[in-house]
Design a protein. Sequence first.
Length: 513
Amino acid sequence: MGSRAPIAISLLVKNPAAAQHGQILWHDIGDYLDREQKLNIIFNLGSVAGITAANLWQEITPDEHGDWVKQRDEGAADFIVMGAKKSNEVALFANYSRGLQTGRDAWCVNSSRTKLVGNMQRMICFYSSEVARLELACIGQDKASRTTVVNGLINTDPTQISWSANLKQDLVRGKRFDYEQVALTPSLYRPFTKQWMYYSRAFNERVYQMPQLFPDSQSSNKVICVSGKGEKVAFSTLICDAIPGLHMVDIDGSQCFPLYLYDDEDSKTTNQPQQDSLFDSQEQETVTMVGRKRRDSITNEGLVYFYTAYPGEAITKEDVFYYVYGLLHSPDYRERFADNLSKELPRIPCVKGAVNFWHFSKAGRDLSELHLNYESVPMYTGAKVDTGGKTLAGSDYRVEKMKYGKTKVQDDKTGKLKSVDDKSVLIYNDRITVTGIPLEAYDYVVNGKAALDWVVERQCEKTEKDSGIVNDANDWAIETMNNPRYPLELFLRVVTVSLETMKIVKALPVLDI
């Protein structure tokens, strides 16, 4: 049947007598070819000599990063990097974090606050019983022996608990945990998809630096999430004001850059050296909370970077924050630095002219208003919600799995008619159909798919196979939003968000650095 994965045929030649060592020759036959097309190309070439005869070899000189193909634009090296934890390079943000990784999403994340409480209480109770049971089996054992005993006797029933490396270590140590009501907090699990989360160092496998961004459910913040390092479908960014899940904008892990950082009052640790400068007073305009201080995440050096580019302009760190969000939406920026963005964190240039800076900064503010307030923006009124002429009750808005309408098109290869999605039509459930959805709304893409596709995918009822736990989007609608129509209204609101986002993006200035 062939493979959907990219395939490379590699020939490595060892010849000590060669006049030139380390030579790399490359021939790319093209993307998105099916099995027959690939085999035909190989057949026609006949052998490696056929590539030489057709003069198809491309000689590659790796760049300083070791890139062979899709080499980075070296001009970006002059721009300030958004974050730099492992170097002394000046960075725009003092700290950042990967999205939160629970290691057990079925247990720690749910549309229903009530069900989440029940799931976590049940799992913590089971964990405690395992601690008590295995302590008896490990009496008198050293740590290594305890680990062996625990691994041999641990109950791995997935309907009772989801084990991970850290939680097993806690079990070996005999650590006990209580259920904590304060650990309940909203999160942005996927684009335009909020869920309740149990936020806990004990039961989240990796919290990374998230406690500096969201130390608790009462601490407000805004966070620009971007695709992490590594090849991906396309670069994505999305702002949020709740704890972002690990895969919120990137299947390989989102990187999150905050407006604020929260420090314990007695904490002296920062990710950037402390400096005395005329900007210190601005940074110290913080909100002092019980046990912690809030400070700007944009560094003083980052602000100087923009002051130098735009002398005389009254630029604040918040202005810079929104400039970044606006710039990251620039199609010119994404296209020009696509290879950089696929391999490293974004680097932020100063566009030419203060007028353009302010245009990007205002665009970033406008985009953030749309993306943060997506649950309250006006619903798109150009679509028709067809209820078959019936007056519906709250229960009629229950959604199990939305799907698009279907239409027939001619297959380019076979010439036969085939059925494809008609995205101008949404079959919400067996009582409600939405028609007249503008196809241009699907142009707004985040994390590899249209924002509207995320709504269709996530607003559903789903049972996790191993645990049997049910995650029902209708629970968020009823329990949290007090609105059974929420899933339908969310779709119509994200139509508005998508259209308005694309208007702002298309009005951005041409990237002139």
